[in-house]
Ligand binder design. Structure first.
Ligand SMILES: *[C@@H]1O[C@H](CO)[C@@H](O)[C@H](O)[C@H]1NC(C)=O
Length: 225
């Protein structure tokens, strides 16, 4: 009986080793290897372009080093710039626009050179009760399919744990992986409105992650005891 179980476990662990060699897992590893090479550059406008999408693993690694620099696709940047230019025509600043659009601050109108310009007064008050809003980023970074890019807009500075909890209200941690992070000051396009980014993906157990999980925990040796 004991030998039967031991044999089954050895066979099982051997199978898990094999799983590591199936092409799909291999591809994952290659993607991670490419990650070492920087493939982000600044375009003529100074915006970051990412030539290849970031996988979940790369995103996690990048954020650990705290030098998180992401980029958009060339096409995505075109659309993003068109959108930003549209706002600049109508609003005094991008920050005013974001305050109104996401945190529902009321706006005022002033005339500048005979043109009506919208802006949010410094003493305006947001009617948003929680003081925070979670929105999908319509101009996401270049991320692998399956990773959602969201932004938490906030009336006041909060701890990272508070933002994380807020995102987890919509994406519970038992079903989703959530990473919350703040861009470095120089990478922020909206500077005076508090906001952090959130990457979200559905938790899924595939064979590759199962194997990594088991190996990292020395799970089958534990079973032998
Ligand atoms: C949040 O913190 C930053 C940096 O400490 C500060 O410059 C900013 O004014 C704060 N914003 C709010 C809304 O409190």
């Amino acid at each position: 009986m004991f030998y039967g179980i031991t044999f089954a476990l050895i066979l099982f662990s051997y199978c898990m080793q094999l799983v590591g060699d199936i092409p799909f897992c291999h591809n994952l590893r290659q993607t991670a290897a490419i990650a070492g090479k920087e493939r982000i550059y600044r375009d003529a406008y100074g915006s970051y372009v990412a030539e290849t999408p970031f996988s979940w693993q790369e995103v996690t690694q990048k954020l650990v080093t705290k030098s998180a620099q992401f980029g958009r696709t060339v096409e995505g940047l075109k659309v993003y710039r068109r959108y930003m230019n549209g706002i600049k025509k109508e609003w005094k600043s991008i920050d005013s626009y974001c305050k109104h659009r996401y945190l529902k601050y009321p706006y005022s109108i002033q005339t500048e050179n005979g043109k009506m310009i919208k802006y949010v007064k410094d003493d305006a008050i947001s009617p948003v009760k929680s003081g925070m809003v979670l929105e999908r980023n319509n101009y996401p970074y270049h991320l692998s399919p399956g990773i959602g890019h969201y932004v938490v807009w906030s009336v006041r500075n909060q701890s990272m744990a508070t933002y994380q909890k807020f995102v987890n209200e919509r994406f519970p941690s038992n079903a989703y992986d959530v990473i919350v992070f703040e861009n470095m000051e120089e990478s922020k396009s909206v500077k005076s409105v508090v906001h952090v980014h959130a990457f979200v993906r559905t938790k899924k157990l595939n064979l590759c992650s199962l194997r990594t999980h088991l190996v990292s925990r020395n799970y089958y040796y534990f079973l032998l005891l």
